[in-house]
Design a protein around this ligand. Structure first.
Ligand code: FE2
Length: 229
């Protein structure tokens, strides 16, 4: 369930009092997440675009849908309906499990290693598809070559059982009460287990980054030798 900046909660059911309590909890988390990012990265404050906040009460292991949506597999984040042309996806997570259950993550290779392996497998975009997706409302804006590449890399990572088995990685359990931050478009990650998590997504333009050359856009452009956004 998600809450927009307005405090409205989407995707939740309950009494008016319960929904009001949920909205308060989500708004409080958003405030805390923004305070944390402001303290950690003061140079980003003026450039952040705040996306809706989400509360994810479900159990990771019982939420496996199709392979494409299976986040227990290593992947980098890319949103099929929301092209971003290289804008960064910065996410703040907090394990809010009321008991003692860790949120267990697997964290994979550096982006450049992942991209070096998977970019050569990305097919050229079909001519005419990006404007058609936009016209049909499937994407909110025109899908750039960068977005096409990131989606195909996301899918190829999840579909490659050999990569999933052999990729070098760390497994770490975030205990209840802990908070972690990552550029989820850059960090190969998988959520293996856990329940009850808060998440705040923030977007950052490429030209505001401390190290733009490390961004997925710049890495993919360097590896492919062409502009992608
Ligand atoms: Fe993810």
């Amino acid at each position: 369930m998600r809450a927009a900046d307005t405090g409205g909660v989407r995707g939740a059911q309950g009494s008016p009092e319960e929904l009001a309590g949920l909205a308060t909890m989500i708004a409080r988390f958003q405030t805390g997440a923004l305070d944390l990012i402001h303290a950690l990265f003061p140079g980003y404050v003026a450039h952040l675009r705040v996306a809706p906040t989400s509360f994810r009460p479900g159990n990771v292991e019982s939420h496996k849908l199709s392979w494409r949506k299976d986040d227990t597999l290593l992947h980098v984040d890319s949103f099929p309906s929301r092209p971003n042309r290289g804008e960064r996806i910065l996410r703040v997570f907090t394990n809010v499990h009321p008991g003692a259950v860790d949120r267990v993550w697997k964290v994979g290779d550096l982006f450049e290693q992942t991209a070096t392996e998977f970019l050569p497998r990305v097919p050229r975009p079909m001519p005419g598809v990006a404007p058609l997706l936009k016209t049909l409302g499937i994407t909110k804006s025109r899908r750039s070559r960068y977005d096409h590449s990131m989606l195909r890399i996301h899918d190829a990572m999840k579909q490659d059982g050999g990569y999933q088995a052999r990729a070098s990685h760390l497994t770490f359990g975030f205990p209840p009460g802990s908070t972690w931050v990552c550029f989820s478009d850059q960090t190969a990650h998988a959520a293996l287990s856990g329940q009850f998590m808060m998440e705040q997504t923030l977007h950052l333009p490429i030209n505001s980054l401390y190290f733009p050359e490390r961004s997925p856009l710049k890495v993919l452009e360097r590896l492919s030798g062409r502009a992608l956004a």
